[in-house]
Design a protein around this ligand. Structure first.
Ligand SMILES: [Zn+2]
Length: 98
């Protein structure tokens, strides 16, 4: 009865290597993914009195209605379905579309 020393092969080493591999993989998955590009923000409407006028050749058109109460010079704010005057609070509903 003579045992061969080959039986002594240590599987532990292999196991250790495997473990290391696994660890590495885990680390990889933990790594931060490439930053996703931020969705571009909608460009804000430019503010300023110039945004209320449109110039066509030599004509100037006002893009907002003026307040009926306050008279010309007081523009009304565009609020989707209505215009309001910030000066006196007058509200005028837009004519329904369609
Ligand atoms: Zn007004």
């Amino acid at each position: 009865m003579s045992k061969k020393p080959s039986e002594k092969e240590t599987p532990t080493k292999e196991k250790a290597v495997e473990e290391v591999k696994e660890e590495k993989e885990v680390e990889k998955s933990v790594e931060k993914p490439a930053k996703a590009e931020k969705p571009q923000k909608k460009k804000k409407e430019e503010k300023g009195i110039f945004s209320l006028y449109k110039i066509e050749s030599d004509k100037v058109t006002r893009l907002r209605p003026t307040c009926e109460r306050c008279g010309p010079g007081y523009f009304m704010a565009n609020h989707g379905n209505r215009y309001t005057c910030g000066h006196c609070g007058f509200t005028r509903y837009k004519p329904a579309e369609k």
